[in-house]
Write a protein that binds this ligand. Sequence first.
Ligand SMILES: [Zn+2]
Ligand SMILES: [Zn+2]
Length: 392
Amino acid sequence: MKDFRAQAEALRDEMVERRRDLHEHPELGFEEVRTAGIVAQELNGLGLEVQTGIGKTGVVGILEGSVDGPTVLVRCDMDALPIQEENDVEYRSQTPGKMHACGHDGHVTIALAVAKMLSARRDELQGRVKFIFQPAEEIGLGAKAMISDGVLLDPAPDVLLGLHLWNELPVGEVSVTPGGMMAGADIFSAFIKGTGAHAALPHRSADPVMTMVQIISALQTMVSRNVSPLDGAVFSITQVHAGHARNVIPELAEFHGTLRNFSPDVRELLVGRAHSIVSGIAAAMGCEGKITFEQQSLPVINDAAVAARLKRGFEQIAPELNIRDDVQTMAAEDVSFFLDAAPGQYFFVGSANKDRGLNYTHHHPRFDFDEEALVIGARLLASAAAEYVLPE
Ligand SMILES: [Zn+2]
Ligand SMILES: [Zn+2]
C-alpha cells in the first residue's frame, strides 16, 4: 500500500485551521450552505469536476485520472447537531444552539485533504475518485436524498470508502471492521384499541393499559429468547402513553421505540415476532393491536475482501498505529445506503485523548477530539483510495 504519511503531515496546519473554521460555523442537516460553498470552491480550485445541489446541499467532485480504471467513491458527511456547545475553546461554535458534536467538521477537512493529495498525483491515477460531501447524516436523510438525485450513477462506484472519527477509541487506534459494524435502525409505533369504561367498573372494559403491559413484557423476550446470543440486537421502548383521567379506563394505549440490528435476517425475525406478539396478546385480551416499523437506516456492512485488503495495507504502512478489526456499535449511520449499493469499507479512526480531556462521547455538548486524528484519517483514507486507483 502507498503511504501518504508525509503528504498528510504537510497538511497538518492547514487541516487544523480548516477544521476549526468549520467548527465555528456549524450548520444543521440540509442547511449546509456555507460548508458546501467552501467544499465546492476548494474542489474547483483543485480542478475537479464539481456538482452542487445534489440531495439539496450535497456536493460531488470527480477527480478523473489519466487512464480508465475503477471508480472509488469517497464519502463524508457535513452536518452538525442542535446542541449548545459547552467547550471553552477559541474555536467554539459561534452559532447558539448548534454544534459540530459528532466530528463531521473533521470529516469534511479530511476528505478535502484527500482530494488535494490525490489530485497532486492525478497524472498517475488509473480510474477516478468521486468525492461525495453528504448533508443531513444526523437526521438519516442525506444519503437517501443524494442517491435519489442519482449520485450513484454515471459513474457508478466500484468501491466505497469512508471513515468516522471515533472518540470511543484513543487516537492511534483504528478499526477496519469487516461485516456488520454499525447497526441498522428502525423506529416503531404500536397502538392498542380496547374498550374504555369507568375505572370502578373494570369488567365493562377491555383494558388497553393491562394489555400494553403484557405486550411490552413479552416483547422483551424477543432479544433474549429469539435472537441468537451471538447476534447483536436492541429493542428499546422509549415512550408509553395511555389515558387522561384517574378514574377512566382509556380506550387507547400506544408505545414507541427503536429497533437496532446488524443483519437483515435479525431485523426480519424481530419485526415478525413483534407483529405476532402485539396482535396475538391484544386479541387474547379482547383488544386490537397493531405495530408498524419505519426503517431509517440499514446496518453498515463492510465488504470482507475490502476490509482484509485495507487492514493488511494499514498494518504494513503504519506499524505504529493499532489497527483493529473488532469494533462494532449500535449507533446508526446512513453511509449504509451507499454500502448497500457498492462493496466498501467504513472505518473508525480513534480520536480521543483522555489526558487532554478530549474523550467526551459523540453528541455531548463537550465533545471535542484530538486533531492528530485529522492527519491519521487523511493519511489512511488517501492510502486506501490509492490502493484502487494508483498502481504500484
Ligand atoms: Zn452523530
Ligand atoms: Zn457522525
